[in-house]
Design a protein around this ligand. Structure first.
Ligand code: MRU
Length: 367
């Protein structure tokens, strides 16, 4: 996507030094647009865990590049296999909910299984790049299949703006390029369909306020930032036509784990008869998980993200406490929206119902 007229992805390999992986620092947006150099497995691990980079497809791609960087760290003193296996376990452990990370790291390890030591880096770099290209293509296709939903709403509304509500950030920053939720939005906007996006701020880290708002602004898509608790009120007053959210891990039954608060939007949408879609590549589906509620690990993050809020003051980023000093807080990163509240899953193979038979059919097309 374009930032100040220059084309960016949210992760790439440095053009002049292939031992450096570059990313956009999402902790500094929207106040500062800065890139970071990642040179080691540790750098990747910490960039994912401190949320310099986040979003399911992106952390998958970053995990893949982590394995590539691990191949560069192999010395005569270590066993290549052991080193890569340790790196893969380490990388997979850094954020538990998004399955893309596990999928990408396992794909890399599988691809390197029979590769001689001297070719590991070359093969790993190619495979990590492939993962990025596949995720970009997945998002492009999600855009293609999601677009008719917005076209139809626009027709029903006789050209008055289609109001979309979204939660967290499932845009290009989270997905290498295009985004999942944003791909159909961009296509509709480019096709001249009048639309407007309600952006949930998404406490505690405010990915909506900081990242989705910034992305939409860059693309010239009209949006309004709302406090997380506003969506229900808007829905009761006919001010939301569709809810579009991302996904970190879907079960084979079509239940969707996404940023905390997604479930409440789905409940409100159901109560108000508003379509609720999750946009996700098949790499976010975990066909091994049948019972999302007991089997999807929900990340618990530092309570300080809840007891404080960060922003910009005097040209510098700062964090302020928003509650009494000794307040106890809990910080669940994700919740699970049951399939019964979801109108459909927008995937790279088309829109499917959130049902086991449809998900199995989707996977039979991929293999
Ligand atoms: O904690 P985050 O910011 O990584 O959570 C991200 C989300 O919940 C996104 O909606 C999800 O990763 C989908 S990105 C296409």
């Amino acid at each position: 996507m374009l930032v100040a007229g220059k084309n960016y992805q949210s992760i790439w390999v440095d053009g002049s030094d292939p031992s450096i992986v570059r990313v956009i620092d999402q902790q500094r947006l929207p106040f500062f647009f800065e890139t970071r150099e990642l040179r080691s497995v540790d750098d990747i691990y910490f960039a994912i865990s401190d949320m310099t980079i986040r979003g399911a497809p992106l952390i998958g791609a970053a995990g893949a590049f982590g394995i590539y960087l691990a191949t560069l760290e192999i010395t005569p003193a270590v066993s290549p296999r052991l080193h890569l296996e340790n790196a893969s376990r380490y990388l997979i452990s850094c954020r538990p909910t998004a399955v893309n990370l596990t999928h990408a790291v396992n794909y890399m390890m599988q691809g390197l299984k029979d590769v001689p030591a001297g070719s590991l880096s070359e093969v790993a770099l190619k495979a990590a790049r492939e993962i990025c290209e596949n995720e970009k293509e997945n998002c492009r296709l999600i855009g293609k299949y999601g677009l008719p939903l917005l076209e139809n709403l626009s027709k029903m509304k006789k050209g008055t703006p289609v109001n979309i509500l979204t939660h967290c950030n499932a845009g290009w920053l989270a997905c290498i390029d295009y985004g999942t939720v944003t791909a159909p939005v961009y296509l509709a906007h480019m096709a001249g369909i009048p639309l407007h996006v309600w952006v949930d701020e998404t406490r505690p880290r405010n990915q909506g306020a900081r990242l989705t708002a910034w992305e939409l602004e860059q693309a010239g898509v009209p949006y309004t930032l709302i406090a997380d608790n506003t969506g229900g009120h808007l829905m009761q007053h006919g001010m939301v036509d569709i809810v579009l959210v991302g996904c970190d891990r879907a079960s084979v039954k079509g239940d969707v784990a996404n940023k905390i608060g997604t479930y409440l939007k789905a409940l409100a949408a159901k109560d108000n008869g508003i379509p609720f879609y999750a946009a996700l590549p098949s790499t976010s589906i975990d066909i091994n998980i049948s019972d999302a509620f007991s089997e999807i690990p929900v990340e618990e993050r530092d309570p300080e993200e809840v007891t404080s809020v960060s922003g910009i003051t005097g040209g510098e980023m700062a964090s302020v406490r928003i509650c009494p000093e000794k307040t106890r807080a809990v910080n669940y990163g994700f919740d699970i929206t049951p399939a019964r509240l979801i109108s459909g899953l927008i995937t790279e193979k088309g829109i499917i119902k959130p049902e086991e038979s449809e998900i199995n059919r989707l996977f039979s097309q991929i293999k």
